[in-house]
Design a protein around this ligand. Structure first.
Ligand code: SF4
Length: 206
């Protein structure tokens, strides 16, 4: 990926101390089916390259002017499993990866982690969108959240902030949201952001 990285020690990052929220809707236990509000089979705007996008059903952040309010209720949507999604992805040889959007995939962390792991086994990269910040996810310390983080290549984090909205930002809606190189950040214990102007970068699959 052609980009520059911004390195920050995690100790100086903007962690919202004391902002830990109640446990997510379904973050622990089984890795059953994911509950989705929708699927877009081919997208160029939800991460680098050409992507299969699944939208989680359920989000507690309620950002003002959210573009996907239909994803907020935890009821509704439809269940599907990873094998069905892999089958649909396999039909398109142009795909670079899968994007987990929402809603908030961290509300169904184990199920989305299992989906992300399946996608990686098949050589796809994984972009995950969440209203939580990277530091909050680390602080949560829950196994399912950690598992989903560890199966993500790029995390787009933070709530959508209407006052910071811009159409010029690749892959995100407001400037407070960050594109985070998760493997590098987890390995180093420092926060690495990704900056790119390219929207059609391709990543070779094995
Ligand atoms: S986190 Fe995303 S889906 Fe949830 S309210 Fe905010 S913008 Fe909407």
């Amino acid at each position: 990926m052609s980009n520059t990285s911004d390195e920050k020690p995690l100790g100086s990052a903007q962690t919202r101390q004391g902002a830990r929220s109640p446990a997510p809707h379904n973050s622990s236990g089984t890795s059953g089916p994911v509950r989705l509000s929708g699927i877009v089979e081919e997208s160029c705007v939800d991460g680098p390259g050409i992507r299969f996008v699944v939208f989680a059903q359920g989000c507690r952040h309620r950002c003002p002017a959210c573009h996907n309010p239909q994803t907020h209720p935890f009821e509704g949507g439809f269940p599907t499993d990873g094998e069905e999604i892999m089958r649909r992805m396999a039909a398109n040889p142009l795909l670079d990866g899968i994007t987990l959007s929402g809603g908030d995939p961290f509300e169904q962390a184990d199920a989305f982690a299992a989906l992300a792991e399946k996608a990686r086994e098949r050589g796809y990269d994984v972009v995950t969108y969440t209203g939580w910040r990277y530091e909050e996810i680390l602080l949560r310390g829950e196994q399912g959240w950690r598992r989903l983080l560890e199966s993500t290549d790029i995390l787009v984090d933070g709530r959508f902030e209407l006052t910071l909205e811009s159409d010029l930002l690749p892959f995100r809606g407001s400037s407070n949201q960050r594109l985070i190189d998760v493997p590098r950040s987890l390995e180093s214990g420092r926060l690495y952001q990704i900056y790119t102007n390219q929207t059609r970068e391709r990543k070779a699959r094995s």
